[in-house]
Design a protein. Structure first.
Length: 140
């Protein structure tokens, strides 16, 4: 689906946009929606090396992905991942959106915290790392 961007839930600074993204499916979901937004005219996007998708500034392309994927563009893009609500696949969850970080913005160290509540019984985190680094990945 190709459309013009009308509004946005949350935007990050364009200097944080990138050209290469890796996606990871969310646990217990049967797939996720992705929106790829172009910063500049003449942006060409491919997903897993497939057919080129041509976008101009402010246009976006939406797709549904069920497996880990590689999204590449010749100019900066912003990629959002949408988790659909429970009615879509019988998984207890509210819908939410994540702005993905491009490969160019990957970091070597991060600290995050999940708040404690009796209402949430399970927490999940998706981590993308080089295969050569999986032996040094730690959670503590």
């Amino acid at each position: 689906m190709l459309s013009s961007l009308v509004g946005s839930e949350m935007c990050i600074r364009d200097r944080a946009w990138g050209k290469d993204y890796l996606t990871s499916p969310l646990k217990n979901r049967n797939g996720d929606e992705f929106r790829i937004l172009a910063k500049d005219n003449g942006t060409v996007v491919t997903i897993n090396g497939g057919a080129p998708i041509n976008l101009n500034a402010g246009q976006y392309y939406e797709t549904y992905l069920t497996t880990a994927s590689y999204i590449n563009a010749n100019k900066p893009i912003c990629v959002a991942q949408y988790s659909r609500g429970a009615a879509c696949d019988n998984t207890t969850s509210d819908p939410f959106m994540i702005i993905l970080s491009p490969i160019e913005q990957f970091i070597n160290h991060i600290v995050f915290d999940a708040f404690n509540t009796a209402q949430i019984l399970q927490y999940y985190v998706n981590v993308i790392t080089k295969t050569s680094c999986t032996n040094v990945l730690t959670f503590g």
